[in-house]
Design a protein around this ligand. Sequence first.
Ligand code: COA
Ligand code: HC5
Length: 631
Amino acid sequence: MLYLLVRNVLRPGVVNPTHLAKSASVTKVTKRSMVHQEGLPKLPVPPLKQTCEGYLAMLQPIVSEEELEHTRQLVTEFVSPGGVGDRLQRSLERRARKVDNWLSEWWMQSTYLDCRMPVPVYTSPGVILPRMHFQDRQGQMRFAAKLIAGVLDFKQLIDSDTLPIEYLGGKPLCMDQYYQVLSSCRIPGPKRDTVVNHTLGTTPPTHITVVHNFQFFILDVYNSDGTPLTVDQIYMQLEKIWNSSLQTNKEPIGILTSQHRNTWGKAYNNLIKDKTNKESVRAIQKSIFTVCLDAPMPRVSDEMYQSRVAAQMLHGGGSRWNSGNRWFDKTLQFIIGEDGSCGLTYEHAPAEGPPIVFLIDHVVGYMRRSEMVRSPMVPLHMPQKLRFNITPEVKKDIENAKQNMNMMVHDLDVRVLLFSHFGINVPKQHKLSPDAFVQMALQLAYYRMYQLCCSTYETSSLRMFKLGRTETIRSTTTESSKFVQAMDDAGTSNTEKVALLTKAIQLHRDNTRKAIYGQAIDRHLLGLKMQGITELTSMPDIFMDTSYAVAMHYHLFTSQVGAKTDCVMCFGPTVPDGYGVCYNPMEEHINIAITAFNSCEETNAAKFSRAVETALLDMQALLEQTALAGR
Ligand code: COA
Ligand code: HC5
C-alpha cells in the first residue's frame, strides 16, 4: 500500500491520534482517491442579493405579513452597500479563497460537536435492515459473522483504494466521508466534542468491539498474515464471546455515552482516571466498528414490529433492555437481535447517510454471495474481555444515565409506515420527480393536520464540492402552500389542482438543483452568521429577528436516503414540537419512518403517518382521474 505524506487531508474537527507531533500527517489516502479529491470544485459563496431574495421568498408561506414586512426592512439594511451584510460577504469570500471548504469546519462544529444534546435520538440515525429469518442465537451469530466479514470486505475497498466514485446528476462526488466512518469515534468534552480517526494513526486498528450483555470484547479480525478472518473463524470467536458473557447482571457501562454531552464529558474524565478503564475505553474508540449482540426485546404485533425495531436502533429500548449494550460515541454500531431484527446506528458527526447506505448495500450483496466455508482449524486467541472498575462515582453516573435514557425512551414516539401502494414508479409515470412528489405529500399531510404550513427542511447533498456535507431544501414554498390549500377545496377543479401540484413540484426541483450546486440560502446564511460571530461585536439584526427563529424551527425535518436494500432509515425530530421523517423510496413501495415526542401534545407519529399515507393516495388518485378525464 502506498503511504503518502499529505497536508490537510485531515477533515476539520477530526483529530489524528498521532497528531501534534508533526505538522503533516501520514495517512492511507492513496494516489487515485487523492487525485479525485484534488480535482473537485470548491464550495462557492452565493451572491448576497440572491440569498437575501431567496430568504424573503422562503419566509412568505411561514410567517405573517407584518413579520415579513419587518424582515424586509432588516434585509434591505443588511444588503445595502457598505452595510453589515456586504462586509460579512467580503470576509466570507476571503475565507472561501483560503480554505478547502469555507463551510465544513463551521458545520461540523456548530451542528454536531458543539451540540450538547445526547447523541442517541437527537443526532444519531438508525437503519433497519430487512428482517432476517433466524430465530435463535446460532442464527444470530452466523448472521453477525457474515455481516462482520462483509464490512471487512467493504474496508478492503477503502484500503486498496478501489472504492467506486459516486455521481449525482452526472457529477463526481466528494468521497472523503467514506474515509471517516471506520476506526473513528466521538469523544466527549466538557464544552465541545472531538472526533478521533484511528485510520490516520501509525498503527491502524485490526480489531472490532463486540458487546453482549453489556460486556465489551476486543475481537481481532485479521490473521497474522494480514488476511481477514473467514466467516467461520469469526463465528467461532463470537461463540467464545457469547459463552464468556452469560451473566446478565453487569453494570451497563455503555449507557454513559447516551448522556447529555456535558454530563458525559464530566463522567468521562472521571471514568478514565482509572488506568484499566482508560485502556478499555481506548480499545473501544480505536476499534474498526462495534457489533452489538442484543438481548431479546419485548414481542409486539406484526404491525408494530418495524416501529419497535426502529426504536431499538435509535435508543436500544431503555436500561432494562439494550440501551447499555451500546457505545453511542462509536461511529458505526451494527445491532443484531436474536429474533431476526438487525440494523445499525451511527454517530453523525463524521458522515452523512449515503456512505453508510453504500456500505450496507455492499455488505448485503456480500452476504448473499458468501457461503460458510470451513476454514483450517488454526487456534485463535480468546477475544479479550474489556474490564471496567466501577467506583461508587461511576456507579452514580450510570444510575443517572439510566434514568435519563428511560425518560428519552418514553418520550420518543416512532412509527414506521411501509407504504405499499406504489413507489417511484407512479410519479415517474406522470413525469414528476418522485422526491418532490413525496415532499408535497408531506406538505399536504401536515396542512391537513394543522391547517397551516410550517418551516420544512429537506436534506440535499453538497458533495459535488470538496469536503461538502449537506444543504437545506425548503420544501414549503408559496407554490406548495397554494397546492395544499387547493387540494381539499371543493371550488377548485381537478385540472387546476394538478396544475398547482405540477408547479409546486417544478419549484421543488429547481430548489433542489440550486441546493446541490451550492446556490441555496441556508448554508450561506449560516456562513454570514458565523462570520458575524468572528468579527462583529453584536449579531446582525436579521439573525435576531422572529422570522429567522421561525424559519430555523423545523416542525418538519425530512430526508430522503435511497438504498438498493429494502431498509428503513430513521432519526428523531430536531425540535420538541416537530416531526422527523426519513424515507427510502423503492420502485414499487416507500419505506417511511416518522418520529415525534410524546411530551408534545400537538404531535403524534401514528396520526401523521396515516395522514401521509392518505395524502400519497389522494395525490395519486388526483393524477389518475385527471389523466383519464383528459383522454
Ligand atoms: N419524470 C420522470 N422521471 C423523473 C422526473 C420526471 N419529471 N424527475 C426525476 N425523475 C427520475 C430521476 O431521473 C431519477 O431517476 P433514476 O433513479 O433513474 O436516476 C429518479 O426519478 C429520482 O429522482 P428524484 O426523485 O427527482 O430525486 P433525486 O433522486 O434526484 O433526489 C435529493 C433528490 C435531494 C434527495 C438528492 O439530490 C440528494 O441530494 N440526495 C442526498 C440526500 C442526503 O444526503 N440524504 C442523507 C443525509 S444524511
Ligand atoms: C441513514 C439515514 C440517515 C439520514 C440522516 C440525515 O438526514 O441527517 C441529516 C443531515 C443533514 O445535514 O441534514 C440531519 N438529521 C439527522 C438531523 C436529520
